[in-house]
Design a protein around this ligand. Structure first.
Ligand code: ADP
Length: 176
């Protein structure tokens, strides 16, 4: 794990599984519009929260690219799951703005719910095809820009699925 500080916010990156970040208050789901289970992150989180999580998300769907909604985290050690719909790269445009909205809306929602620590996956970089390096730049720039506005959130963990993705994220983060 490696970390940097943006104001009073600590941003850490780690290689692992989003549903195993047991010491975080909230985790973020790279959701689909219907807020249902699926592949990747949504599959992992919905398997952990099955079947109660889908009962909580169903009434909130559908959501738009860039939007975030919050639910409790049944059967999981977190207080909340924040569900974000990332843009499908090059189809939902402008993709960079929509991805920015995901991170800023998720952080805002977390802060409004007194979340102190939150774990993010790399939204849109799986099935939605966003190039990893560009997505990492958008994510960290948005987190940095949001930092001065956060009152409760003091710790952000970025969880990367592969060692290669972890290394790439560190290359981007250390430049900031
Ligand atoms: P999207 O549809 O937003 O692209 P995906 O879930 O397909 O979302 O993938 C987002 C990123 O999360 C990808 O980089 C993928 O490798 C990674 N990933 C997949 N499963 C997990 C997991 N359990 N924990 C953390 N990251 C994951």
């Amino acid at each position: 794990m490696r970390s940097v500080r943006f104001d009073r916010l600590t941003v850490e990156i780690t290689n692992g599984d989003i549903v195993e970040q047991n010491d975080c208050d909230a985790i973020v789901n790279a959701a689909n519009a219907q807020l249902r289970t699926g592949g990747g992150v949504a599959g992992a989180i919905h398997s952990a929260g099955d079947p109660e999580l889908e009962e909580l998300t169903k009434p909130l769907a559908p959501i738009e690219p860039g939007e975030a909604v919050i639910t409790e985290a049944p059967n999981m050690p977190f207080k909340y799951v924040i569900h974000c719909l990332g843009p499908v790269y090059g189809k939902d445009t402008p993709s960079d703005e929509l991805l920015t909205n995901c991170y800023s809306n998720a952080l805002k929602l977390a802060d409004e719910h007194q979340v102190e620590s939150i774990a993010f996956p790399s939204i849109s970089t799986g099935a939605f095809g966003y190039p990893m390096k560009e997505a990492a730049t958008v994510a960290f720039e948005t987190i940095k820009k949001s930092a001065p506005n956060l009152r409760s959130v003091s710790y952000v963990r970025f969880v990367l699925w592969s060692p290669a993705d972890y290394n790439l994220h560190w290359d981007v983060l250390k430049e900031m």
